[in-house]
Write a protein that binds this ligand. Structure first.
Ligand SMILES: Nc1ncnc2c1ncn2[C@@H]1O[C@H](COP(=O)(O)OP(=O)(O)OP(=O)(O)O)[C@@H](O)[C@H]1O
Ligand SMILES: [Mg+2]
Length: 258
């Protein structure tokens, strides 16, 4: 198994996902856009990473490529020990279903199903029985115990997003991705969802990767990577909201003067 020296040379932590020299080019010739330019990054097991950067810097592209939702032009991606480039479509679908959890900005809940049915839907489709103890723990952690029989229309936005978080966690994925998972929420509901994501890392050992524009949201993560023009340009360990904000201002200043 590949391990990574972290946090000390004596301890090693496994890599949940790794991109190596990953590039993604859209279009050809004059209209060509290099969305990712030879990005190499590790997402270690049990770590909460935030991805930040200006609009168009490649955040969603990076996440979609690493999560097997999008093809890439060159380089490689692995989830655990599996190289995505070696998989056929069907195997890729299976890997996404079994090993990866997604939280999208739009909650994507089915209106005719209640909260519990929405949470277990992906596993029902896959014909897998949920691990009852794990499911109970997830539901308790997201604070939905009293709302399981409610349909999405009977839940607040924050509660709906928590259903989406529980759904992503329910199958115990090896890695969870969220593209601005709190972008649609007011700050209080957003803080709740971020708290659950952080708890899932701290208490359940989950691996979480989240795209965000919000320095406060990023401060819930263990580290932040900053993208600009399809490249990783900086990294911050144990980020604070103020620290992230300062760093973002820094980039703005550099952008204006160079
Ligand atoms: N399907 C596509 N065809 C052509 N270009 C694309 C396509 N999707 C994305 N791009 C380009 O790739 C670059 C990176 O896009 P991406 O969506 O990854 O940015 P982002 O950092 O997620 O931005 P935002 O913060 O606005 O969501 C942008 O310049 C975008 O215009
Ligand atoms: Mg995006």
């Amino acid at each position: 198994m590949t391990t990574y020296p972290y946090p000390t040379a004596h301890q090693t932590v496994a890599v949940a996902a790794r991109a190596t020299e990953l590039s993604k080019v859209y279009g050809h010739g004059e209209t060509q856009v290099v969305a990712l330019d030879r990005v190499s990054v590790d997402f270690r097991q049990g770590e909460f990473t935030a991805i930040m950067g200006p609009s168009g810097s490649g955040k969603s592209t990076l996440m979609h490529c690493v999560a097997g939702l999008d093809s890439f032009s060159s380089g490689s991606v692995r989830i655990g020990e599996t190289e995505l480039g070696t998989l056929k479509d069907k195997q890729l679908t299976q890997l996404r279903r079994d090993k990866i959890g997604f939280i999208f900005q739009a909650f994507n809940l089915l209106p005719t199903l209640n909260a519990l049915e929405n949470i277990t839907l992906p596993m029902d489709i896959a014909g897998r029985k949920p691990d009852k103890a794990w499911l109970d723990k997830v539901i308790e952690m997201v604070g939905l115990s009293g709302r399981l029989k409610h349909r999405p229309s009977e839940l607040s936005g924050g509660q709906q997003q928590r259903v989406a978080v529980a759904r992503a966690l329910a199958s115990r994925p090896e890695i969870m991705f969220g593209d601005e998972p709190t972008g649609n929420l007011d700050s209080r509901s957003g803080a709740e969802v971020l708290g659950f994501l952080r708890n899932s890392v701290r208490e359940l050992g989950q691996t979480v990767v989240m795209v965000t524009h919000d320095p406060v949201a990023a401060s819930y993560a263990d580290r932040v990577i900053f993208l600009a023009d399809g490249r990783i340009v900086d990294e911050m360990i144990k980020p604070t909201a103020d620290g992230v904000l300062d760093r973002m201002k820094d980039f703005d200043t550099k952008g204006r003067t160079s």
